[in-house]
Design a protein around this ligand. Structure first.
Ligand code: OAD
Length: 240
């Protein structure tokens, strides 16, 4: 903790990379842990372009439920701590794999949503976007006027990340002196590569109660939950 905070204080450029674990203490399930969404749901049916083409209504029913759960949830102390770090570090970037908007609601602004968000739907034909509210997308609106289909504005398996967002994330990783990885199993690429392949000689710290795919490669492991550990980092940072 002390070494990480010393390095954060000395750093000009910092990247944080987050995954579903940071929202676990807001009551949202992760994907691969106990109670994780991919333990009980079929990824290929719900999170792939092929699954959507087969049954867009099933896919929307699921994302409408998730969207409603995101909007019922509140950011937790971990989200707020990352927003507070952004205020303290001149070049701070937060890259998240989450589509739940909790970082934005906690006040993070230098935010890269690598996998998109459920704030909008996007047409498969003309790419036009439409905002989603807490009800999500009604079944009769799935077919778009242009002949395409409105789909969740997120990245599914087998799809590339939005290129402008990804380029900014790679640049942030390349110039970062410290990378803080929170609440991700680090098995989904290319996002996980920000903390490995693109990290250069940055000091990489992992905050996670469990070991992950990159635990053996990081410089510093803080075993604990996001809502416990991240506020302690801000406190220690401020104590100087
Ligand atoms: P995973 O479910 O794979 O990993 C969640 C991680 O959070 C695990 O390493 C847990 O140990 C950790 N964790 C659980 N509770 C925590 C807590 N309170 N504080 C900190 N960490 C905690 O989720 P992701 O790594 O985000 O992609 O998954 C990556 C991508 O796979 C997602 O963005 C999604 C999914 O399929 C798409 O949908 C494209």
């Amino acid at each position: 903790m002390d070494e990480l905070c010393d390095r954060l204080r000395a750093a000009t450029s910092v990247l944080a990379l987050t995954g579903a674990g940071i929202s676990a203490e807001s009551g949202l399930p992760t994907f691969r842990g106990t109670g994780g969404l991919w333990r009980t749901h079929r990824v290929e049916e719900l999170a792939s372009p092929q699954g959507f083409a087969r049954d867009p209504r099933l896919v929307w029913a699921w994302y409408n439920e998730r969207n409603a759960a995101h909007r019922r949830a509140e950011p937790n102390a971990g989200h707020y701590a990352l927003a507070a770090l952004e205020q303290r570090i001149s070049d701070f970037t937060l890259a998240t794999q989450n589509v739940d908007s909790l970082h934005m609601r906690a006040g993070s602004r230098r935010l890269l949503e690598l996998h998109g968000s459920l704030r909008t739907a996007r047409c498969t034909g003309c790419e036009q976007r439409r905002p989603l509210d807490s009800l999500g997308l009604p079944e009769d609106a799935i077919e778009h006027a242009c002949g395409g289909y409105l789909r969740p504005d997120i990245v599914w398996f087998g799809e590339p990340l939005p290129s402008a967002v990804w380029e900014r994330a790679v640049e942030a990783a390349s110039r970062a002196e410290v990378i803080v990885v929170v609440g991700t199993s680090a098995v989904v690429y290319p996002a996980a590569a920000l903390a490995t392949h693109y990290a250069g000689d940055a000091f990489v710290a992992e905050i996670n109660p469990e070991p992950t795919a990159i635990s053996e490669r990081v410089d510093c492991l803080l075993r604990g939950t996001a809502a416990e550990v991240l506020p302690r980092i801000v406190e220690t940072f401020d104590r100087g």
